[in-house]
Ligand binder design. Structure first.
Ligand SMILES: N[C@@H](CCC(=O)N[C@@H](CS)C(=O)NCC(=O)O)C(=O)O
Length: 203
């Protein structure tokens, strides 16, 4: 995987070759990828085909696929909180914008509601934490961790963030939310340190 990072960085010199191997229209691209996949298990990791090799590594990387699975679930979780916020606004008649309030009964409903604000804070906290995870997890996946260890990182983060949302939305007794937040931070700190170690040689 160190080879991968290195060849990715110096791969810009091989763009002509990349364009030949991976045409820009999607049908030709998928055909080229299929051909490459069928051949690549016998291909040595050489610097003459850096981008092809890098793309094949990403596509075949099971840790990356595992990361994508949990990452996408967390994005869906965030969408669900946004939908809940919208529904609560309607139910509690608490609108953030005067035009919405006018449409739903009058300007008096241009106001804040404590529970709508709670769901907004849950969403904000997701943004503060899940976006960094999406960055860290993607890079970490490419540093060559074992699938079991990587899955544990992703699963702990996922479980911690789901519990954080539940604790926030249902106002569970403290310190449930703080504990969930802390548990979810542990794999993130671990991934950040492992990424730094993997790239320290290039700093
Ligand atoms: N921006 C956060 C930073 C620290 C944090 O994320 N704390 C967790 C555990 S106490 C939390 O749930 N904070 C509540 C929040 O962000 O609304 C804050 O202001 O609290």
């Amino acid at each position: 995987m160190k080879h991968f990072l290195l060849i990715s960085l110096c791969g810009w010199r091989h763009q002509g070759e990349y364009k030949k191997a991976f045409p820009t229209d999607s049908l030709s691209l998928s055909a080229a990828l299929r051909t490459h996949r069928s051949k690549s298990s016998s291909l040595p990791l050489t610097v003459d085909t850096p981008i092809k090799t890098a793309m094949a590594v990403i596509i075949r990387n099971e840790v990356f696929s595992c990361f994508v699975f949990y990452g996408v679930l967390l994005v869906i979780k965030m969408y669900i909180i946004a939908i809940i916020t919208g529904q609560l606004r309607l139910r509690k008649k608490a609108f953030a914008n005067p035009e919405d309030a006018l449409r739903h009964g009058g300007l008096q409903y241009h106001r804040e509601d404590p529970y709508v604000e709670r769901t907004r804070r849950a969403h904000m906290n997701d943004l503060e934490n899940i976006l960094p995870f999406l960055f860290l997890g993607a890079i970490y996946s490419l540093t060559g961790p074992s699938l079991a260890v990587a899955r544990l990182h992703f699963l702990i983060f996922f479980a911690g963030r789901v519990l954080h949302s539940i604790a926030y939305l249902f106002a569970l007794r403290a310190p449930t939310r703080s504990l969930a937040y802390t548990v979810a931070q542990i794999p993130c700190v671990s991934m950040a340190l492992q990424i730094l170690l993997a790239v320290a040689a290039y700093a």
